[in-house]
Design a protein around this ligand. Structure first.
Ligand SMILES: *Cc1c(COP(=O)(O)O)cnc(C)c1O
Length: 389
């Protein structure tokens, strides 16, 4: 029995589309630049065990994760690739980076010293050096860059593969901070000089790939666009769609004027209505903030016809107004498209007051998950069986 075999909702994840998106992003890069893949947070919620091999199959050989635990998990899935870990080492866990052949991102002078100590004690010494150019989150701040430039012996014995930074506003192509960060990054690269002479440079996330070749350097680090989110929100999405969420109607009822729907009487019907209940709720990542609102009303689609979410999203269910949909199409067991097709992840995110990244990473564990690979549907269960022989 596959997991969630009887779930009233199905999440389909198109691994072919992820592979196509990686190739498309790589195709956008100037010649000589490479594309990595960011697979932190379980590949943005889509399942590291399925997504990482699909990206490897497309030709990707460099992967970024956030945490050491994610790096160890990825190493077990892909024995041959290069794995970079954004959080970087602590004195307590540095040895684990060596043990699993993980390449840390070094975010301050303390991490540089820790990793130098570890690489003298053990093998390796490869690392990525992260300089902060405007995020004020991780990475060496300007004064530490200056100090490192003055004390290059701090990098002795280390092999810096890349110097990287991260943009704060890359999805807004006209934002002044983009150019400012680019200039600061270039000047950091220049001032670091010795100790990083053999290093490449890496600046671009998904959106920054579309800011033009000045932002590409040697290695791009796309995440979101691989998973079908729009990296150019000011223009139509040019990435292939990756996820599709469908629910099955549990019940349909007539609700007469003056009655309300759901908790808190949030929706009072103004005309005799038909309401369909679908078994997907905020416990599944269908965010409660998508509850019916005067503007930005979330919706599902029944056979291509829009059905607005009315009343509050509850833990396990939503209610849709299907009054305007032909009754023969609305019955227990009928399918409702919740995400995908006419209503993208980005559309749903906007209606829930958030971004597509959060919708993907919140996708719940109760859906029946299907993967599309080489044009065929597979379940994680089928994959596990296959690998067991
Ligand atoms: C998450 C992350 C990325 C990927 O960003 P997307 O916008 O998803 O393409 C790249 N670099 C760093 C440092 C990140 O944290």
């Amino acid at each position: 029995m596959p997991p969630n075999a009887f779930s009233g909702a199905q999440l389909t994840i198109d691994l072919d589309a992820i592979a196509a998106n990686w190739r498309a992003l790589k195709g956008h890069l100037k010649s000589g630049a490479e594309a990595a893949a960011v697979v932190k947070a379980d590949a943005y919620g889509l399942g590291l065990g399925a997504v990482a091999p699909a990206l490897y199959g497309a030709g990707c050989r460099e992967f970024f994760v956030a945490s050491l635990d994610e790096g160890i998990a990825l190493r077990a899935i892909l024995p041959e690739c290069r794995i970079y870990v954004f959080f970087g080492p602590t004195p307590e866990d540095a040895a684990e980076y060596s043990r699993h052949r993980l390449i840390p991102v070094l975010n301050d002078l303390g991490q540089i010293d820790t990793w130098r100590g570890q690489s003298q004690a053990g093998q390796g010494g490869e690392a990525v050096l992260h300089v902060d150019t405007g995020m004020s989150r991780l990475g060496l701040p300007g004064d530490e860059v200056a100090r490192l430039a003055a004390e290059p012996e701090r990098l002795a014995g280390l092999a810096i593969a890349y110097v990287m930074s991260h943009l704060a506003c890359a999805e807004q192509c006209g934002h002044a901070l983009n150019g400012a960060q680019l200039a600061e990054f270039k000047s950091a690269l220049k001032s670091l000089g010795a100790g990083t002479t053999n290093a490449g440079a890496s600046l671009a996330n998904s959106s920054a790939i579309f800011l033009g070749p000045d932002y590409h350097f040697d290695l791009a680090r796309p995440g979101a666009a691989l998973y079908g989110l729009n990296p150019t929100p000011e223009q139509p999405n040019q990435m292939s769609e990756v996820i599709r969420l469908q629910g099955k109607i549990l019940q349909v009822r007539r609700v007469d004027s003056s009655r309300s729907v759901g908790y808190g009487t949030a929706h009072v019907v103004e005309r005799p209505s038909r309401i369909a209940t679908v078994p997907v709720g905020y416990a599944d990542g269908y965010l409660r903030s998508a509850s019916n609102q005067a503007t930005n009303q979330a919706c599902g689609y029944v056979r291509g016809v829009r059905a607005p979410v009315v009343g509050r999203v509850s833990m396990d269910m939503i209610t849709l107004d299907v009054t305007d949909i032909p009754p023969q199409h609305v019955y227990p067991g009928a399918e409702v498209d919740l995400i995908g097709g006419p209503y993208s992840v980005d559309d749903f995110a906007a209606d829930a007051g958030t971004i597509g990244y959060e919708i993907l990473t919140m996708l719940g564990q109760r859906y029946r998950r299907l993967y599309i690979e080489n044009g065929k549907e597979t379940t994680p269960w089928a994959n596990a069986n296959a690998s067991r022989g």
